[in-house]
Design a protein around this ligand. Sequence first.
Ligand SMILES: NC(=O)c1ccc[n+]([C@@H]2O[C@H](COP(=O)([O-])OP(=O)(O)OC[C@H]3O[C@@H](n4cnc5c(N)ncnc54)[C@H](OP(=O)(O)O)[C@@H]3O)[C@@H](O)[C@H]2O)c1
Length: 244
Amino acid sequence: MPTNPFLHARVAITGGTSGLGLALVRQLHAQGAHVAFVARHRDRVAEVAREHPGTHGIVGDVSMKDDIYPMALQILGDLGGLDVLVNNASDLGPTPLALLGDTECEDLERALATNVLGPFRLTKALLGALAASAREGRGALVLNVSSDAAVNAYPTWGAYGASKAALRHLTAIWDAELSEQGVRFLSVDPGDMDTPLHALAVPDADRSSLRRPEDAAQELLDAIGKARAMRDFRDERVASAARP
Ligand SMILES: NC(=O)c1ccc[n+]([C@@H]2O[C@H](COP(=O)([O-])OP(=O)(O)OC[C@H]3O[C@@H](n4cnc5c(N)ncnc54)[C@H](OP(=O)(O)O)[C@@H]3O)[C@@H](O)[C@H]2O)c1
């Protein structure tokens, strides 16, 4: 591994125009990664791409089945392959947050489509590229952004919490199935951050008590870097054991 683990790494991030995703785009771009990011609002995607020359902004909605293959093709066309996928885009369910008994089925469906099915479909569409990255010893990894709501039963966070719990478990199973082939899966809770999503969920929060998304992004990058380095170490061991 070079000193900077993200130099020339090919990274795709969903939800890259705000909060945590934007902080990841900024930090990865600054570290010399090849970055593609996805979000729904065209103007904002263009603005973030302009502010970070060389990054690739992709307009798409991860909750929409028909958007996934075009999104995956654009990611691979823009980056020429993929080493790291960060499934970060997220939906809160009903806002204002609501008790499950007051949650519309459509709100639960949208949360599941964005937070579970979208990451699942996009991962599946990019699996071949990630496996190729693993074979080349580049440290293939998928990071699914989780939440403490995935493990704690917070009243009014039902749609979001259930979807994040499903994503967290899916991540563990992906990892159990694919780590032997060198594709690692992590889910990480970034903690409560001062972002538009948090403001929508908890409008009266004391913002000074919340984490800066930049700090959470650095922590996520440290976790990704560590997992990719361990992968390389194992590859190295396997490679030396196989030598005559
Ligand atoms: N903020 C917190 O306190 C907190 C705590 C725990 C976990 N998290 C998790 O951290 C992650 C980032 O949250 P954040 O607070 O940084 O959110 P945020 O500031 O609201 O940003 C969300 C990003 O996702 C994009 N997005 C939303 N829905 C999308 C969709 N269907 N398809 C494509 N892009 C979509 C948004 O752009 P467009 O609107 O243009 O699509 C935006 O770029 C999420 O997974 C969230 O659940 C956050």
